[in-house]
Design a protein around this ligand. Structure first.
Ligand code: CP
Ligand code: NVA
Length: 303
């Protein structure tokens, strides 16, 4: 296993499957509240430069249940890259802590943090990607469908950090992935090329919701303006209006389609309220699985 968990593409297909399998095992233990303490006497530093509900709660709860102590460091505590150089923080924090989870703006800072840290670093989101989320998503689809075979995922909206991690998964596990949104909001070219070069999955950029969702097993969306872009929210609302996931879109796929969202959702913008509440919406299973997937990621990094 690599030392850090920064990108899905740092892992082989077999390693990714091992993590998913381990997540299922650890989830069963958690459900029974078994005594499972691989992190006894260990500590996890959680560095947050951006806000969070799921990431903070799931890492802290998971690490604590597994016998360790998790330390929350919020946006005003460290000032990573502002008050102090990233490479200095990396060496200081990793002398106290056995593992670091970080949510940062700059992806380059994440890479630098890992390069200088003696302890494993887990990427809890950057402007570029969100690998823990997509591992939880894969686990959730696996539970609901029983397999990940011949999967068509249609992502509606901004070609953002969530899409980049989906594309990285698509370069390891076969699927058909469609990213459908307005022109000018496509995902990063180099990441698209990773999927193309892998020859494992097919990828399509679409500006047409009706054809994009045809035959989709999963329709996925995320906010139109990510953290750090909220001042563009009003303008984006107009540009993205035709790409909302609503009941009519969900009903137009020609098959039973699951709805997913990494959350937090802005109901009435990227997703209609009824879709969030519909029986085909698996957003809360998805949120729950953040913890189980991450527990497996952290345990894998111990080995
Ligand atoms: N999905 C996700 O990462 O949620 P938070 O931003 O609340 O952590
Ligand atoms: N794209 C969103 C994901 C939040 C989990 C953001 O970066 O704000």
């Amino acid at each position: 296993m690599p030392k850090h968990f920064l990108h899905i593409t740092d892992y082989s297909k077999d390693q990714l499957w091992d993590i998913l399998q381990l997540a299922i095992e650890i989830k069963t233990k958690f459900k029974k509240r078994e005594d499972y303490k691989p992190f006894r006497n260990q500590s996890l530093a959680m560095i947050f430069a951006k806000p969070s509900a799921r990431t903070r709660i799931s890492f802290e709860t998971g690490f604590t249940w597994m016998g360790g102590h998790a330390l929350y460091l919020g946006p005003n505590d460290i000032g990573i890259g502002k008050r102090e150089a990233v490479k200095d923080i990396a060496r200081v924090v990793s002398r106290y802590n056995d593992m670091i989870m970080a949510r940062l703006f700059s992806h380059d800072h994440m890479i630098e943090l890992a390069a200088y840290s003696d302890s494993p670093v887990v990427n809890g989101l950057t402007d570029y990607n969100h690998p823990c989320q997509i591992m939880a998503d894969a686990l959730t689809i696996l539970e609901h469908r029983g397999n990940l075979d011949e999967l068509k995922v249609t992502y509606m909206g901004d070609g953002n950090n969530i899409v980049h991690s989906w594309l990285q998964l698509a370069s390891k596990l076969p699927m058909h992935f469609v990213c459908c949104g307005p022109e000018g909001f496509e995902p990063d070219d180099k990441t698209v090329k990773m999927v193309e070069d892998s020859g494992i999955s097919t990828f399509e950029i679409s500006h047409n919701p009706a054809s994009a969702v045809d035959g989709a097993d999963v329709i996925y969306t995320d906010v139109w303006a990510s953290m750090g872009q909220k001042d563009e929210a009003e303008e984006r609302e107009k540009l993205f209006a035709d790409y909302q996931v609503n009941e009519a879109l969900m009903a137009s796929t020609g098959k039973d389609t699951l709805f997913m969202h990494c959350l937090p959702a802005e109901r009435g913008r990227e997703v209609a309220d009824e879709v969030m509440e519909a029986p085909y919406s698996i957003v809360f299973d998805e949120a729950e699985n953040r913890m189980h997937a991450q527990n497996a990621i952290m345990v894998s990094l111990l080995k």
